[in-house]
Design a protein around this ligand. Structure first.
Ligand code: NAP
Length: 540
């Protein structure tokens, strides 16, 4: 059974003990005591050794003892001779560590270290059994080691190593190293810890449990990582639901660049957990460029045991998703016709038979948010006059959606030519679509005004795309696609002028609801989605 360990830098043993107790209370199975933070170079002083032994004895959870040298990314600047004194003392504890972590490189180069370590750990040729087991570890903070196979082989054949540990830094914006790491776990021949560092390695930390990784490491709090990309125990348990993950867990995520601050993981994971759906939803950072997108998506799809079942796809890959599915030319795939017309899809469903269905829940979310504001069904949008401010990606999906339902759409954009082009593309595709100069907005007689520009978005919260006076002449439904802040200046002015207002959160929540229902085939907990979203945004 995979264990979740909290890594603790031991600067002061009393604080480390308090941290270990907090780790237990937070649901950790183990702690890693990083004593490289405790000892200076040179022979370790008796008082510190005694304090370390007391810490190990009193530790409320089984512990891994690690004294990582600087040459392997740790803090310990002393030599192996001094480190051995630390390990030997740890072995004298009444309740010795469950594991001792030694770097493969140190173990390979020193017969003396090997011999002394063998006295402290349980191994086949030991004279007497010891409760402490050896983890042989290898780290590369730059990249996948060129001699990866040789390192793994050396750790696999070392009889004293009960557990092998391989960790390397995954390249940003590329998930393929992470997938390789998960495959190493899948094909392990002895207990293995395999993890990827950095943002792109997050999936290896969360999915270690799905693939039978021996241990995954996390931090006690958000700021206390001992390796790049480690997340806190509350992120592992409360956000990603570590305790629910098993080999059958289905994998979803948000593909985009950047995705580090995406609100989609908290929303969808909360939803999965609320309806008891056996899935986990991860950030899937893939850097820009079609080739990188296509290679990463193909790698996700090819890894059958990953059970990758779908994704939200965001900037800059919504257009790439359409191209990817078109180029596959798989007759079983489905592209939602309006998504194809828009040229962008934000939702990927991977069906059980491996075929793909892609759609755009953005435009549908905007339509439904406005219909809700107008208290009408979609069918009654025909003939409504809708002003769209902006002609970028969001505007394009919204113009397409309203035109498709027969509305008359006027596009106001700073760059008139762009508005014109957009209008030409969608005019006559259901309703009439025309372009107008931005300055003419105040003369608009539209019943619905939709802001699709970033004007008023955090941090420029005192800006508005419409001047305050103009607003008073309208009795419209005003929808601002901006969701941070929740109440933009445009919405505040509109409400003061007596308009019905719709915040961008409504579109965000509804597009997520659409995705969730496509993936799970269950009604989404919409109110929960709204709460989770609002908790993360400033009210404005
Ligand atoms: P985009 O593709 O970059 O387009 C931005 C549009 O805004 C362009 O038409 C641009 O005009 C215009 N614009 C930018 N700065 C302006 C300014 N200072 N004054 C007047 N016009 C300006 O961006 P996008 O992806 O469409 O996103 C636009 C907004 O939609 C963002 O605020 C985003 O938060 C929001 N959005 C919300 C949701 C949701 O779920 N609620 C989803 C998607 C997007 P030019 O053509 O002249 O450059």
């Amino acid at each position: 059974m995979s264990k979740l360990a909290v890594s603790i830098f031991v600067h002061d043993p009393a604080t480390a003990l308090a941290d270990a107790r907090r780790a237990k209370a937070a649901g950790a199975d183990m702690v890693e005591l990083r004593v490289d933070a405790l000892f200076e170079p040179g022979p370790p002083p008796h008082n510190k050794l005694a304090a370390m032994v007391t810490l190990i004895n009193q530790c409320p959870l089984p512990c891994i003892l690690t004294c990582r040298p600087v040459w392997e990314g740790g803090l310990y600047e002393g030599d192996d001779q001094s480190r051995l004194a630390i390990f030997e003392h740890a072995g004298l504890a009444d309740r010795p560590p469950a594991y001792l972590d030694i770097e493969l490189a140190a173990y390979q180069r020193s017969a003396n270290l090997r011999q002394k370590v063998h006295l402290v750990v349980d191994h086949p040729s030991a004279i007497r059994p010891q409760p402490t087991q050896l983890i042989l570890s290898s780290h590369d903070f730059q990249k996948r080691p060129a001699d990866l196979t040789a390192r793994l082989e050396a750790m696999t054949i070392a009889p004293a190593a009960r557990v092998q540990k391989i960790v390397w830094a995954c390249p940003p914006g590329d998930l393929r190293d992470s997938l390789q790491i998960l495959q190493l776990l899948q094909h392990r021949t002895k207990p293995t810890i395999a993890l990827g560092m950095g943002e792109a390695g997050l999936m290896t930390r969360v999915l270690a449990k799905k693939f039978g990784g021996h241990v995954s490491f996390c931090t006690l709090d958000d700021q206390q990582g001992t390796a790049p990309g480690q997340v806190s125990i509350s992120t592992m348990r409360d956000l990603y639901g570590w305790q629910h993950i098993d080999p059958a867990t289905q994998v979803y995520g948000v593909i985009g660049w950047p995705v580090g601050h995406s609100m989609s993981p908290p929303i969808h994971n909360a939803g999965f957990q609320a309806v008891g759906f056996a899935g986990v939803y991860l950030p899937l950072p893939i850097s820009p460029g079609y080739d990188n997108f296509a290679a990463n998506l193909q790698a996700l799809l090819d890894f059958k045991e990953l059970h990758f079942r779908g994704a939200s796809v965001t900037i800059p890959h919504k257009e790439n998703l359409i191209r990817f599915v078109k180029e596959r030319q798989n007759p079983g795939d489905f592209i939602e016709p309006l998504a194809e017309k828009i040229g962008a899809a934000n939702t990927l469903v991977v069906r059980d038979d491996g075929t793909l269905a892609i759609s755009n829940t953005d435009y549908a979310a905007a339509l439904d948010a406005v219909c809700h504001g107008l208290s009408i069904p979609r069918a009654q949008l025909a003939g409504k006059r809708v002003a769209v401010l902006g002609a970028g990606g969001a505007a394009r999906a919204i113009v397409a959606g309203f035109a498709h339902h027969g509305a008359t759409v006027v596009i106001y954009n700073r760059t008139f030519d762009r508005a014109s082009q957009l209008a030409d593309e969608f005019n006559g595709q259901g309703g009439r679509v025309v372009a107008a100069r931005f300055e003419k907005l105040c003369d608009s007689c539209c019943e619905v005004i939709i802001n699709c520009t970033p004007v008023g978005m955090h941090p420029n919260v005192n800006a508005s795309p419409m001047d305050d006076a103009g607003m008073a002449t309208h009795q419209a439904v005003v929808f601002d696609t901006i969701y941070n802040p929740v109440q933009t200046k445009l919405l505040r002015n509109a409400a003061a002028a007596g308009c019905v207002t719709i915040p961008g959160v409504e579109m965000f929540v509804r597009q997520a609801v659409g995705q969730f229902e496509l993936w799970t085939q269950k009604p989404a907990p919409t109110e929960l989605f709204r709460q989770v979203t609002l908790q993360r945004l400033s009210p404005g």
